[in-house]
Design a protein around this ligand. Structure first.
Ligand SMILES: Nc1ncnc2c1ncn2[C@@H]1O[C@H](COP(=O)(O)OP(=O)(O)OP(=O)(O)O)[C@@H](O)[C@H]1O
Length: 627
């Protein structure tokens, strides 16, 4: 039986399948780079708006830092031509020049520090905000979305894609700001010093651009391949961690390791190619820079010897050429970070663009029309499925024209062969999915007219494999809701009979649990989630009973706990062991998305149908039926 939350898709077969899905998604993600870059960054501007003033301070600081840097060679030129190589011997002016030089270095340091920190502050804030919104958005998406997209892909979206954005702010934006302005100013200074030499240097610009464009396309492709392969590797690891038990049980370790080695190798190859291209690109720039210095030394040197150029000017010029290549190098180096950021942005926005299938629209419409919404406080607990048809995939109905009316406080047991549609039925009541035909109502109100937040307070679900979060037992029972007191949690555990189990643990209620509920058996985890129910007091309780064989002591505890928590509460139990539901008010038997038998235990035995066969089989084997 599948729990409605995870849909039970964790077979080793499915691990492979969802990795394939992932591959497709990653390929789509890699192609995301082809999406228009401008709209992707325009949306980002919206996030930058609140930081307008800070951005202004960053611009001013950048300007001051650049000017401080660029005036230094000019100052040296004055020192060389007016003092060192002249007859004036003006020591006082030389000291002034040195003092100003030091002052400029200090100013460059201070304003670069301010600019870097402020830009980082803006970047970190925006990335944290996007990450938070992305997580919120993903948590609101419908189960249909999680059926399609693997968790590995989403982990990549929330972690590495937002990290790529982080680098965009730390590196690209900083470089565009600082190095772009620096280039312009260096050119101005060069023309100011000597127009002819400056024009020779300008000749290099087209060559630089040709090299940049040549490499740009190649590096971009290499980068996209690297990222797509990294996502595939991360997704593969995530899938494997989720399905580790199955992998070990089915001795799939070697096969999975083989697949991982292949993925790892292809990621390694892609990485190496990207690195090689980058190194080649940078080296080409070094050669060009050195070539132009040699050219200027040759041309300028001749002019100095012919006394048409002052030595100080040549010195300053050569310094500017070094400084000229550095920003170009940095900007072009940032090109792939920029590429990765635009791919990441496209992927992030495409997740944001997905709208949940299940929404509060109809409930909000009702509210707008001034009608009262159903909340937990008013609910009596009447549940009805009216002529419901539901399909996960179009044309493949798994619930077929099913009708079922449950009175407040009634306890219903649901049995049926695997795939009969039991979990799907309760998924519809919890509104993990919406029906295609018919309706599901609570107290005669369609669940689509109840706000999801209210619905999930009205309907409490104990899953087949209850999910436990990283945290203490107290946290897990009260679901991190600090308004619920520790005493209330302890009382709830006592009420459902989980007290003895908790007290057996070394740290008692403070025992740290993990995702897989470390140290607790399936039955014990269910008892903990019964305590959750008591704490949150839903009006309708759904129990997807654990299919694992429980020891008779835990099973007895669970049966007692169920009897306790189901009192005065509409309860639906998907039963794997008939012993749990023998005393139910009504038992329904499902087959192929329909109810084929319904009645009390005694009535169903008399009917001599499926239920009777099941029960006879169980008693003949003197064990509880596990389906
Ligand atoms: N998320 C899903 N996407 C597509 N098909 C699904 C999904 N979940 C379940 N199904 C299919 O719907 C049908 C009913 O499944 P459901 O889980 O409701 O049955 P069940 O009676 O609870 O079975 P089991 O006891 O094995 O969990 C099955 O054919 C199943 O393969």
């Amino acid at each position: 039986m599948h729990s409605p939350h995870n849909n039970g898709r964790t077979s080793s077969e499915n691990i492979g399948k969802s990795t394939d899905r992932n591959d497709q998604q990653d390929r789509r993600g890699a192609e995301g780079g082809k999406l228009p870059v401008v709209p992707a960054f325009r949306t980002l501007l919206k996030y930058m708006k609140p930081f307008r003033v800070t951005l202004f301070i960053v611009s001013v600081s950048t300007l001051i830092a650049i000017l401080s840097d660029l005036l230094q060679p000019y100052l040296m030129k004055i020192a060389i031509d007016d003092n060192l190589l002249s007859d004036k011997q003006d020591f006082k002016q030389l000291i002034y020049i040195c003092a100003i030089y030091f002052g400029l270095s200090l100013s460059s340091f201070i304003f670069t520090y301010i600019q870097n920190n402020l830009l980082q502050y803006i970047g970190q804030n925006i990335v944290a905000k996007i990450r938070k919104e992305l997580f919120e958005h993903i948590s609101k998406l419908s189960m249909r979305y999680f059926d399609r997209v693997s968790s590995g892909s989403l982990i990549t979206n929330v972690s590495s894609d937002t990290e790529a954005l982080n680098q965009f702010f730390n590196q690209v934006l900083l470089s565009l700001f600082r190095d772009g302005l620096m280039l312009v100013f260096i050119l101005v200074m060069m023309f100011q010093l000597d127009t002819e030499l400056a024009l020779y240097c300008l000749v290099l610009l087209p060559i630089i651009f040709v090299i940049a464009i040549l490499f740009r396309t190649k590096i971009r492709k290499a980068y996209q391949t690297t990222r797509a392969r990294l996502s595939q590797t991360v997704a593969f690891v995530a899938e494997n961690l989720n399905g580790m038990q199955l992998i070990q049980v089915f001795h799939q370790e070697k096969e999975q390791q083989k697949q991982f080695v292949e993925k790892n190798q292809s990621y390694y190859n892609a990485n190496l190619r990207e690195i090689k291209l980058n190194v080649l690109f940078r080296s080409s720039f070094e050669i060009l820079a050195n070539l132009s210095i040699a050219l200027v030394t040759w041309l300028g040197g001749k002019a100095v010897l012919g006394t048409t150029l002052e030595f100080g000017v040549l010195y300053a010029f050569i310094t500017y050429i070094r400084q000229f290549f550095q920003p170009i190098n940095t900007i072009t180096q940032q090109w792939n970070t920029f590429q990765s950021a635009s791919v990441a942005l496209s992927r992030i926005w495409s997740v944001f663009a997905i709208k949940p299938d299940v929404t509060d629209e109809l409930a909000l419409d009702r509210q707008r029309q001034g009608k009262k919404l159903l909340t937990k406080e008013q609910v009596e607990g009447k549940v009805a499925f009216r002529n419901v048809t539901f399909a996960y995939n179009e044309g493949e109905a798994v619930i077929k024209q099913l009708s079922l009316a449950i009175t407040p406080g009634e306890m219903i047991g649901v049995v049926g062969a695997t795939g009969a549609g039991k979990s799907s039925l309760i998924s519809l009541l919890c509104r993990f999915y919406d029906v295609q035909i018919g309706s599901v109502t609570i107290d005669d109100v369609d669940v689509r007219h109840i706000r999801q937040a209210d619905l999930h307070r009205i309907v409490g679900l104990v899953q087949q494999e209850p999910y436990l979060y990283s945290g203490t037992i107290i946290d897990n029972v009260r679901m991190f809701d600090e308004t619920i007191s520790r005493e209330a949690v302890i009382e709830a555990c006592r009420f459902v009979g989980a007290e003895a189990i908790v007290e057996r643990l070394e740290d008692g209620y403070e025992t740290q649990l993990s995702e897989r509920g470390s140290g607790l058996s399936a039955g014990e985890r269910q008892l903990i989630s019964f305590a959750r129910i008591i704490v949150f007091q839903p009006k309708i309780l759904i129990l997807d009973e654990a299919s694992a064989n429980l020891d008779s002591e835990t099973e007895q505890l669970i049966t007692q706990a169920l009897a306790t928590v189901s009192q005065n509460r509409t309860t639906i139990v998907i039963a794997h062991r008939l012993s749990t539901i023998v005393h139910a008010d009504r038992i329904i038997v499902m087959e192929d998305g329909q109810i084929v038998e319904a009645g009390s235990h005694q009535q169903l035995l008399k009917e001599k149908g499926y239920y009777n066969d099941l029960y006879t089989y169980a008693t003949a084997r003197k064990e509880h039926v596990v389906m």
